[in-house]
Design a protein around this ligand. Structure first.
Ligand SMILES: N=CN[C@@H](CCC(=O)O)C(=O)O
Ligand SMILES: [Mn+2]
Ligand SMILES: [Mn+2]
Length: 317
C-alpha cells in the first residue's frame, strides 16, 4: 500500500460510561491485519479514503481530504445500540499523496477485497467521489462474475468522460467503460439527479448507458411508493448491491459541507426509506459516503448527517 494511516484511538471521544453506551467506547482501532473475527460474528469495518485530488482535477472546492476523520469525530459521540457480540472496527485511512489518486483507488480496491473476504461489512468514508471507482473495483475483485448493482444517491451522474483524465466526476463512466470492454451489463441507478447541475451531454450519456435515474423533483416522500418500486425492481435484477451516498445530493440546508452544494437537493427521510429497502433485500455488500468537506461545513451539521447515515446503516445490518 502506498500511503496509509492507522486511526489514533484519541480521535474517538465523547461522554463516558461503564456500559459502552457510546460508539467511541465500542470501536476498536487497528490495521486490517490486526482484525480478528470470531466465526459467525457480525463485523462492521470503517475505512477512510482521504483524497480530494479528484475534486481538484474536477475544478471543485478542495477539503474532502479531511472528511473521514471529521465523520469519525462526530460518530464517536453517537449512542451505541449494537449487540455485545457485534464487532465495530476502525481499520484506518488510505491516503493520497500529491497527484496519486489512481494509486489511492488501487489501495482502496485491495483493502475492500480483503475486508470482504474476511466476511465483514465495510463502510468507507470519503473523500471525493472517485472513491466509487476504487470501491467498486474491490467489490468486483471479491465477487468475480456476479452481477453488481450500483445505487448512487447524488445530485450528479458522475458520468463525465475520462478522456482528459480521471476525476471525482468520472467514476461511473470508468466503470461503464470497463463493463463494455468485458461484455458485462452496467447496472447503475442514480437517485436525486439535478437537471440544473448536469448538462445535456450527461443526460445523453446516462440514456445511452441505460442508467436508471430519478430527478430530485421525484425523489421525495410524495413519491415514496414509486421510489420503493423502482428500487426493488433494480435490486431484483442483480446479485449484490453496492451503495454510494454523495452528500452533495442532500439540500445544502442539510449538507453545506460538500465540494459542490445543492440548494435544491433531496431530504434525509427519503434516503433513509430507500436505504431500508436496500438493506431489507439482504443484497447490500458494501457502502460509502462521499464528498464530506469540513472546510465548508456549518456547525458540524454535514458531519453529523454523515454520522447519522452510518449509524442508521450499522444498526440495520
Ligand atoms: N463529483 C462530481 N462533481 C460534479 C461537480 C459539479 C459542480 O462543479 O458544480 C460534477 O462533475 O458534475
Ligand atoms: Mn458524486
Ligand atoms: Mn455529487
Amino acid at each position: 500500500m502506498l500511503a496509509y494511516k492507522k486511526t489514533p484511538p484519541e480521535l474517538w471521544s465523547g461522554r463516558t460510561s461503564e456500559q459502552k453506551l457510546y460508539l467511541h467506547e465500542k470501536v476498536h482501532c487497528g490495521t486490517i491485519d490486526e482484525i480478528e473475527i470470531a466465526e459467525n460474528q457480525k463485523t462492521i469495518v470503517l475505512l477512510g479514503y482521504a483524497c480530494d485530488e479528484g475534486v481538484k482535477r474536477n475544478q471543485g472546492r478542495i477539503g474532502a481530504v479531511n472528511g473521514p476523520d471529521t465523520i469519525r469525530q462526530s460518530l464517536g459521540k453517537f449512542p451505541n445500540h449494537l449487540e455485545d457480540d457485534f464487532q465495530f472496527i476502525d481499520c484506518g485511512t488510505i491516503l493520497c499523496p500529491e497527484g496519486k489518486m489512481e494509486q489511492a483507488q488501487e489501495d482502496l480496491s485491495q483493502t475492500i477485497a480483503q475486508l470482504l473476504s474476511l466476511n465483514t461489512f465495510p463502510i468507507v468514508l470519503g473523500g471525493g467521489h472517485d472513491i466509487a471507482f476504487g470501491h467498486y473495483q474491490g467489490i468486483k475483485k471479491h465477487l468475480g462474475n456476479k452481477k453488481i448493482g450500483i445505487i448512487n444517491f447524488d445530485a450528479h451522474f458522475d458520468l463525465r468522460l475520462n478522456t482528459p483524465g480521471n476525476t471525482s466526476g468520472t467514476p461511473f463512466y470508468q466503470i461503464a467503460q470497463e463493463c463494455q470492454k468485458e461484455g458485462a451489463v452496467f447496472n447503475y441507478m442514480c437517485l436525486g439527479v439535478r437537471r440544473d447541475a448536469n448538462d445535456k451531454t450527461l443526460f445523453e450519456t446516462a440514456d445511452s448507458l441505460n442508467v436508471k435515474y430519478l430527478e430530485t423533483a421525484h425523489f421525495n416522500m410524495h413519491y415514496l411508493e414509486h421510489v420503493q418500486l423502482i428500487l426493488m425492481q433494480f435490486i431484483e435484477d442483480v446479485d449484490h448491491v453496492y451503495t454510494t451516498l454523495d452528500l452533495d445530493g442532500f439540500s445544502s440546508a442539510y449538507a453545506p459541507g460538500v465540494s459542490a452544494p445543492s440548494p435544491m437537493g433531496f431530504a434525509p427521510n427519503i434516503v433513509l426509506e430507500s436505504l431500508r429497502v436496500i438493506m431489507d433485500s439482504k443484497k447490500l455488500i458494501s457502502l460509502d459516503i462521499a464528498e464530506m468537506n469540513p472546510t465548508y461545513d456549518s456547525d458540524g451539521q454535514t458531519a453529523k448527517l454523515a454520522a447519522s447515515l452510518v449509524h442508521y446503516v450499522m444498526h440495520h445490518k
